[in-house]
Design a protein around this ligand. Sequence first.
Ligand code: CO8
Length: 257
Amino acid sequence: MAYETILVETRGRVGLLTLNRPKALNALNSTVLREVVEALQAFEADAAVGAIVVTGSEKAFAAGADIREMQPKSYIDMYMEDFFSGWDALGRVRKPIIAAVSGYALGGGCELAMMCDFIIASDTAKFGQPEITLGVMPGMGGSQRLTHFVGKSKAMDMCLTGRMMDAAEAERSGLVSRVVPAADLLDEALKAAAKIAAFSLPAVMMTKEAVNRSYETTLTEGLRFERRVFHAMFALEDQKEGMAAFVDKRSPNFRNR
Ligand code: CO8
């Protein structure tokens, strides 16, 4: 499938999606949205893919929603189109998605990274929600997800001043899981994804679902959900294999991948 604004390939069992609108620093317009969602749904449906990496260029993961596309729109345009609600489709992808972020991840770019399951950043990464400088506010989850990641004080600081956060601060604040040298970013992200993709896919998907549940519910309900899913995993062939392999002191050979 040929896309206009993204590149898509598979490396072993990892699906790799690269945002590719270099002239606009990967600004997210409607075409990017349609293509990203289509490509992720294709990875989701492909039994040969066990994990996904989303990345951009060295200079920009994505510099935000496309300001030129949004500029002429009226309230009624935004409302009737339910502008950018299409990005909600990312939340329905059940396979794990790693964001590999180098350079600018601003506005919608930061929000796209936060929609992924975790973020590996290069030491050149810069995160920010600069919408306030444009007379608006985050509209793809930034005011909510950033607050969950970094807490109220830092989220307020980022959203109200529009300042950028460098990679070291992003790691300190819990926005990213690890920071690696820029030259190693893609390799490290692919390595992490390949590791995940070698595990039992149903176990991986259930784990993702359980961690995400913690954002949506109370501790008591979350713990109940975790226990139910944990019990259900004893119906998996891969549980038998994983535990037998440990006891036999050999590597597991997971079937459900
Ligand atoms: N949209 C459109 N074009 C962009 C964007 C963008 N977000 N960012 C960069 N570009 C374009 C520039 O216009 C420029 O194009 P051209 O060469 O044709 O003039 C090209 O990319 C290169 O950019 P610069 O020359 O500005 O590159 P610099 O290295 O000088 O600066 C920056 C890089 C600092 C990243 C700068 O480009 C910048 O500040 N960009 C805008 C960042 C921003 O404000 N992002 C937030 C956008 S708003 C948003 O994301 C809201 C999300 C919620 C929407 C959901 C609604 C429901």
